[in-house]
Design a binder for this molecule. Structure first.
Ligand code: ATP
Ligand code: MG
Length: 212
């Protein structure tokens, strides 16, 4: 069976995950053909997971318990793995995912203080070990990411974006810790330069890893 490629994009809020991933998807589609490339996001990817996403990002749900939140993210991820990721990988596709397990570990494990190891374990259960071969970690100081969001899309700030600065610092530190724990999978890319430069860095990384 042909084996696909799974790449996730991670990093703090406003680091450029969605923008850079869109550019990488366009590049890969031109190189490999439309049918080979799948763009997805978490939480989401399919109808059930998008329904869970709506609950997670609903501004009315200010009383959501931290474990409820972690379980909902993991549940959405499970459905994403089974319904979308595993079939696509089996079909030899290239999957680009805007966030994946590392987001849960960073935001719920560290940010919400559930514990990095506990949330990692929960997600091992959810994913049955389905991990990306490469995680592009777009690294940006917290204030810069939040400033980008405020400048460009203040209308789109959701419940989870509005957490305290200290929360975001904790999340950022957890991403660094994850990169230390998984040096083969997680590659840190400096997200501070102008977007075309960041995109070129990521293209070079993907080329070296998969198409050299
Ligand atoms: N390298 C960059 N330099 C300047 N601005 C950037 C850069 N990369 C992205 N931006 C801008 O910053 C904003 C946030 O980018 P984007 O939405 O891609 O980040 P994100 O990581 O997906 O954020 P979120 O975590 O909120 O989903 C956008 O308006 C985007 O145009
Ligand atoms: Mg985004």
């Amino acid at each position: 069976m042909e084996k696909g490629i799974f790449i996730s994009f991670e990093g703090p809020d406003g680091a450029g995950k969605s923008s850079v991933m869109a550019a990488i998807a366009a590049w890969l589609r031109a190189e490999l053909g439309d049918a080979r490339v799948i763009e997805t996001r978490e939480p989401g990817g399919n109808r059930i997971a998008e329904q869970i996403r709506a609950v997670l990002f609903d501004d009315r749900n200010t009383n959501m318990d931290a474990r409820t939140e972690a379980l909902l993210f993991a549940a959405a991820r499970r459905q994403h793995v089974v319904e979308d990721l595993q079939p696509a990988l089996a079909a030899g596709k290239v999957i680009l995912s805007d966030r994946y397990v590392d987001s849960s570990v960073a935001y719920q494990g560290a940010g919400r203080q559930l514990g990095i190891d506990r949330v990692w374990e929960l997600n091992q259960y959810a994913t049955a070990g389905c991990l990306p071969q490469l995680t592009v970690y777009l690294d940006l100081p917290v204030e810069e990411g939040l400033a980008r969001i405020a400048a460009h899309r203040s209308d789109q700030v959701n419940r989870l974006d509005r957490e305290q600065l200290a929360f975001h610092e904790t999340v950022h530190a957890a991403y660094d810790e994850l990169a230390r724990r998984h040096p083969q999978r997680i590659v840190k890319v400096d997200a501070r330069p102008p977007m075309p430069e960041v995109i070129d860095q990521v293209k070079a990384l993907i080329t070296a890893r998969f198409f050299a």
